[in-house]
Design a protein around this ligand. Structure first.
Ligand code: NAI
Length: 724
């Protein structure tokens, strides 16, 4: 009895196969579906009454992709290359059976067809796609460390040529209907209501049961194989570009290139085997596990507010107050108004508040220019923001977020003033990046309704929001803060209070290590280049300039003042002091820092660095610089777990990638440690501590954990519903 595919043969000899995976809002490729595709391919092949097949979806979209829940455990289960190869071949062979069943097969693609979903379509002889702009198709497997392992790397280049197909797979790009038609990935686009009829018409009137690549004399458009000049050039350029963009940290990119290069020079059946071979190498490795787990499964769960305390009624912010219309306040106003909230944007003078609103106006104008927003919608968003200097305007706000100067006194003052006006049930949040929430909450009459909502700059681009729970913050307040982040469609993580919380604290170790290397006389170009090769988006010196060396100075001074004797000066303390106070090189905003920013020219490392920190005669190996830069961030994350700042490994991993750019191929800071192996990690830290100082010192807690072999993620990880 079929579970996922429904078979119906009509009088004209057309079989309609309806894909409807039970208990899922969207179709995903499950083992049952794979099996049933193969079974029905056999059935239609041997039944003379069947003239052709039309595949449709029983849901309001097509197929979202393979079920990553099955794939993500492969590495932890110790799946062998053979098992991973077989997994790919089973699906690939099922599709091949359909393609060679001897009857014409057309597919009506009524919405999203991604990954294995599009691969199924490519194995059909005729494709009609919905013309609705949301009906995207694509092969996004590389985004989770895999390659399209059900024929994608073989059929797409044979269909549209290697040159067009490679970037679509390497970047995992989504393709809209008009582009899909122009590229020749689909044969027709049509309104959803007409799809099935068009597919049927083709089967009845034209129905060709042979794929182009099964016809005699088939040639890959634009050529294939190393001896073909066009193809050879594509691979040469492709290899260089791929190395540049991935720094060879993403094995999926190389797997795709190899699979296409080798496979397209062979007959399709051989090509499909080659593809499975490369797919198996990826699935059996840690990078795919890490990327699937953090970037897809756990991020998906976080977006659905997995950390929301249970049993608290759902809430919605209708009116939001923002105190401080500077860089952060203005950004928060923009994203909140865009999400439909009424916003009061308050500053000390009206000109500043108006300037904050102007920021939204300029972002909206850009969107209008690019055709991403219409005039009326833009005006409506802008109309939601009311600049003000009057606290009385905060009346009725369900949530107030302060983003005033990073000063305890000013924050205390605005907290009291706002609380005097807002409803007793409202939440008050601070966007502080460094000051402990519990301390700030002392200025509040209702510390249980006080919380940290930490945005990242620029707010409209950065997807992460760090929710910081103070000592007295209630579950209801956490739930309300998460509901607000959900309204913004951003990704929240939840951490406990501590100085610098989680993200600022760990990010600080990265810039500190970069500056320490500079102090030691390591070539700054080496530091910056190795950091990027390791997968960080920006070198530590460049990013220290971006966020301002002066800010690092202020944070150090504030912390020193707060902690007194307990404060341990970071290794870059003197360097930061020198740059800010002696050299006046305070960072990018002030026009100079570790880099020079010539007007109209390109920024470049400041020539004067070598005079202050002469190059050491012996330079470290690139690998050593990389180890120092990555390990220090991961070790600080482990400390956050030890101290209870981070309670869930998925928060740590998501926060590290989306908050400060820890390399995605690692799966995040804790996945990085688990992948290295805790024991190896500890012994490497011991070596680093002996060579470079106590900041690499491992605690007894971590050492004991390593001895007991206790990973940060239980093996295999607990998983939620998922698809890609
Ligand atoms: P900013 O200096 O650009 O803006 C602060 C604004 O607050 C100014 O417009 C100022 O006039 C206003 N302000 C000062 N005192 C006020 C008062 N008593 N009442 C009303 N408004 C007042 O600062 P920025 O960068 O926007 O930072 C604001 C807060 O966000 C700080 O706590 C900072 O630590 C935090 N933060 C900053 C990030 C960044 O990348 N700049 C990232 C995350 C958090």
């Amino acid at each position: 009895m079929s579970k996922t595919l429904h078979y119906k043969l009509d009088k004209e000899g057309i079989v309609t196969l309806t894909i409807d995976v039970p208990d899922r809002s969207m179709n995903v490729l499950t083992p049952e579906l794979t099996r049933e595709i193969a079974e029905y391919a056999d059935k239609v092949s041997s039944d003379e009454k069947v003239k052709g097949v039309v595949i449709v979806s029983g849901k309001d979209s097509f197929i979202a992709g393979a079920d990553l829940k099955d794939l993500v455990t492969a590495y932890d289960r110790g799946a062998t290359l053979k098992q991973c190869y077989d997994w790919s071949q089973e699906l690939s062979q099922a599709y091949r059976k359909l393609e060679t069943c001897g009857k014409p097969v057309a597919v009506a693609i009524n919405g999203v067809a991604l990954g294995g979903g599009l691969e199924l379509c490519l194995a059909c002889h005729y494709r009609v796609l919905s013309d609705h702009p949301k009906a995207v198709i694509g092969l996004p497997e590389s985004q989770v460390g895999l390659l399209p392992g059900a024929g994608g790397t073989q059929r797409l280049p044979r269909l549209i040529g290697i040159r067009e197909a490679l970037p679509l797979m390497l970047e995992g790009r989504h393709v809209r209907p008009d582009k899909a038609l122009a590229l020749g990935i689909v044969h027709e686009i049509a309104p959803v209501a007409e799809l099935e009829a068009r597919a049927r018409k083709w089967v009845l009137e034209k129905g060709d049961p042979e794929a182009p690549w099964d016809k005699k004399g088939f040639k890959v458009p634009g050529g294939a194989g190393g001896m073909h000049p066009g193809a050879a050039q594509t691979f040469m350029v492709g290899n260089a570009l791929t190395s540049k963009t991935t720094q060879n940290n993403y094995p999926a990119a190389l797997g795709i290139m190899s699979s296409v290069y080798e496979g397209t020079a062979m007959p399709i059946d051989k090509g499909l085997q080659i593809e499975s071979k490369y797919f198996a190498q990826l699935l059996a490795g840690p990078v795919a596990r890490n990327m699937m787990r953090t970037l897809f499964i756990n991020k998906g769960l976080a977006d659905k507010l997995a950390r929301r305390p249970k049993g608290v009624e759902k809430s919605q912010v209708k009116k939001l107050g923002i105190l401080g219309a500077g860089m952060m306040g203005a950004g928060v106003a923009y994203v909140s108004a865009s999400a439909g909230m009424e916003v009061v944007l308050l500053d000390t003078d009206l000109a500043s508040a108006e300037k904050g609103k102007q920021y939204s106006a300029s972002l909206l104008a850009k969107q209008l220019e690019r055709g991403k927003m219409d005039q009326a919608k833009g005006e409506a968003v802008l109309g939601m923001i009311k600049p003000s200097t009057d606290y009385a305007d905060l009346e009725g706000c369900n949530l107030v977020i302060e983003a005033v100067f990073e000063s305890r006194e000013i924050k205390a003052d605005v907290t009291a003033k706002a609380e005097a006006v807002i409803p007793a049930t409202s939440v008050f949040a601070s966007n502080t990046s460094t000051l402990p929430i519990t301390g700030l909450a002392q200025a509040s009459k209702r510390p249980d309704q006080f919380i940290g909502i930490h945005f990242f700059s620029p707010v409209d681009k950065m997807p992460l929001v760090e929710i910081i729970v103070g000592e007295k913050t209630s579950d209801e307040t956490i739930a309300k803060a998460l509901d607000y982040v959900g309204q913004l469609r951003k990704t929240p993580i939840v951490v406990n209070d501590s100085r610098g919380f989680y993200t600022s604290r760990c990010f600080g170790t990265y810039t500190n290590e970069g500056m320490t290397l500079l102090q030691e006389g390591v070539n700054p170009a080496l530091i910056e280049n190795v950091a990027r090769q390791a997968g960080m988006p920006v070198g530590p010196l460049a990013v220290a300039d971006e966020v301002a060396i002066e800010l690092a100075y202020k944070v150090m001074k504030q912390t020193e003042m707060d902690m007194g004797k307990a404060y341990k000066r970071p290794t870059s303390y003197e360097l930061v002091d020198k740059f800010v106070n002696e050299l006046g090189r305070k960072g990018k905003r002030s026009g100079k820092g570790f880099y020079a920013y010539p007007e109209g020219g390109r920024k470049h490392l400041w020539e004067g660095l070598a005079e202050i920190y002469p190059l050491a005669a012996e330079q470290p190996a690139a690998e050593e610089v990389k180890t120092r830069l990555l390990y220090i961030q991961a070790l600080e994350t482990a400390r956050c777990v030890e101290e209870g700042v981070v309670t869930h490994p998925e928060d740590a991993d998501i926060g590290s990638i989306f908050g400060w750019g820890f390399p995605p191929y690692t799966g995040g800071t804790l996945s990085f440690i688990d992948t290295v192996g805790l024991e190896n990690f500890v012994s490497e830290c011991d070596r680093l501590a002996a060579a470079y100082g106590e900041r690499f010192q491992v605690s007894d807690w971590l050492r004991a954990r390593a001895r007991q072999g206790e990973n940060f993620y239980p093996v295999p990880a607990e998983l939620g519903a998922s698809a890609a």
